[in-house]
Design a protein around this ligand. Structure first.
Ligand SMILES: *[C@@H]1O[C@H](CO)[C@@H](O)[C@H](O)[C@H]1NC(C)=O
Ligand SMILES: *[C@@H]1O[C@H](CO)[C@@H](O)[C@H](O)[C@H]1NC(C)=O
Length: 314
């Protein structure tokens, strides 16, 4: 639609203007301990409507281990802008899966984490080497599912880009008891369900998580978030996807359901609230779209809102 396109272009211009600011300083202030968790580990699966994921036996088998978020929403289509928004609080009007290189004025959660001395990494399955910048590898790794490499603040800085790693690094990090405070895990394009089915992705997920959920180096005071980048059905204005919270930080809430209205921006606001990170001033502060996961809000005193008339998110 032309109107939608014009709107997204003007939004992109606005977003660009608002991100032109002094380069972040290197001054690091100590983070207060996380109020609800010390580690967050996000796993993004692909292109599945809520009902389909919910009915899958693998996802059903995980419900008893955590909190089901049954009112969680992706932000747009196709995949890439959802990944960008999940770390940057805006998708800058991006409406395709192209190769983007946002200049260093484009901030993301990485800036906020580093400013507080918190560690981060993205684990990318089937990526062949650290800080790999090509668009794909062996039809398994895809840059469009790795929003970190699209940010020059990261990609052109060797020290930061060392944190964009092949997922094989996770075993090493756990053996060294060195899980970063923030981890973003992207499975390859088969394991995430994109080129396969939700059944395939669910089986992969259960196999992947089963040993990890028993490993203290992974699970201690960790919040694991499993979700999908977007719904498959482009006509669903709600872009409803399944999300699941697992890990020690939610162990007292196993087998519960949280029906608060959340979006991918909640991935940012929840971390900001947990660690007192400040904010990016984008979707992460849009009250309608950025409720904080309620078990965290309860600890930090954050006031969520009832969202009765959300904007179309398709
Ligand atoms: C960050 O992770 C380290 C290493 O596990 C942990 O000791 C520290 O408490 C975490 N920091 C915060 C503020 O959560
Ligand atoms: C949302 O609505 C419910 C039911 O009407 C109410 O109990 C709750 O306090 C409201 N929450 C907020 C944040 O306004």
């Amino acid at each position: 639609m032309l109107f939608k396109k014009l709107l997204s272009i003007s939004m992109a211009v606005l977003a660009t203007a608002s991100t032109v600011q002094a380069a972040p300083t290197s001054k690091v202030t100590a983070a207060v301990a996380g109020q609800a968790f010390d580690h967050v580990f996000m796993i993004f699966l692909e292109n599945t409507d809520y009902a389909l994921a919910y009915s899958d036996p693998s996802f059903q088998s995980l419900l008893s281990s955590g909190i089901l978020l049954n009112n969680y929403h992706a932000l747009t289509h196709p995949s890439e802008p959802n990944y960008i928004a999940s770390i940057a609080g805006s998708y800058y009007g991006v409406n395709n899966d192209g190769t983007y290189n946002f200049d260093s004025s484009y901030t993301s959660i990485v800036n906020l984490l580093e400013a507080k001395g918190l560690t981060w990494k993205t684990y990318q399955e089937s990526m062949p080497s650290v800080c790999y910048t090509d668009s794909s590898y062996k039809s398994l790794y895809y840059r469009k599912h790795n929003p970190f490499i699209s940010h020059q603040y990261i990609s052109t800085n060797a020290a930061r880009c060392k944190n964009v790693v092949p997922s094989t690094q996770l075993t090493t990090d756990l053996n060294n008891n060195a899980l970063p405070n923030y981890s973003f895990f992207t499975p390859n394009i088969k394991n995430d369900g994109h080129d396969t089915t939700v059944g395939y992705a669910g089986k992969w997920l259960v196999n992947f998580l089963s040993p990890l959920l028993k490993n203290p180096a992974f699970i201690s005071n960790t919040l694991v978030v499993v979700t999908f980048d977007e719904a498959e059905d482009y006509t669903d204005e709600t872009n409803h996807v399944l999300a699941l919270l697992l890990g020690d930080s939610v162990s007292s809430l196993k087998n519960t359901v949280d029906s608060t209205y959340y979006t991918h921006y909640s991935l940012l606001s929840t971390l900001e609230s947990n660690w007192g990170l400040g904010n990016l001033g984008r979707g992460d502060v849009n009250k309608q779209l950025s409720n904080v996961f309620s078990f965290v809000a309860a600890k930090t005193g954050y006031q969520n809102v009832n969202v009765t008339n959300p904007p179309p998110l398709n």
